[in-house]
Design a protein around this ligand. Sequence first.
Ligand code: ZN
Length: 269
Amino acid sequence: MPELPEVEVIRQSLTDSVGRRIVGVEVRESRLRKPVDAMRLCSSIGQEIVGLDRKGKYLIARLSDRRILVLHFGMSGTVRLVKGAWAWDRHDHVQLVLDGDVRWVLNDPRRFGLLWVGSESEAPELSRLGPDALSAEFTAPMLFAATRRSKRAVKNVLLDQRVVAGVGNIYANEALFLASIRPSRPAHRLSRPAVARLHKALCATLREAIAAGGSSIADFRDGRGRTGYFQLQFRVYDRCGEPCLRCGGTIRRAVHAGRSSFYCPRCQH
Ligand code: ZN
């Protein structure tokens, strides 16, 4: 959390910033997942934001000097877009001041986020990412090939950012329910049609969540302070003990690799 849909919702809420110039940077708390290098960040002053992209759970602002500003929101981060007068709020760590009296304020209570500026080729972590889950490069045959190489539980393959970028625990659980596949199922035992079903379910779930403004658990808000409402549409996630929406059976919770899996034992095999 935030996963692909939430980061996409943040990105969409900030697109007005494209065309604006960075005129100031202030770091109040540099101790994020990796320390924020304030000097390096200040080298972005004077650059214009020429594009706003996303890869997996990373938000990428493209600068006029061809470098990129990369943001990752960890467990609890977001960017708040502020116009005009403002004051630091609790857990606000960094502000980027843009022309036109606009700011991006990075807020991250748990401080697992990341903020970095530099050339794309040396960006930490980006090069190790697989294709974005909603990109044309991520196909059912590609996912099938990845499952052949893995005896891990299928849910852990979906969570592996080197296989597919952007999927976290919420949407992996939801997609596996839609595809009627149990999260603990060894990936290499899935048939080709089952993987195709899973690929389709995953893309549909992510798109549906973006349309709903993301999931607002852990207080998620987009850049304009709006909450998402996909959490009201969870079919299995966080619904342990509640009835399955498909068969009326009871949703169960199990822990795999330290993460909770939610599934219907009757519908998912
Ligand atoms: Zn069921």
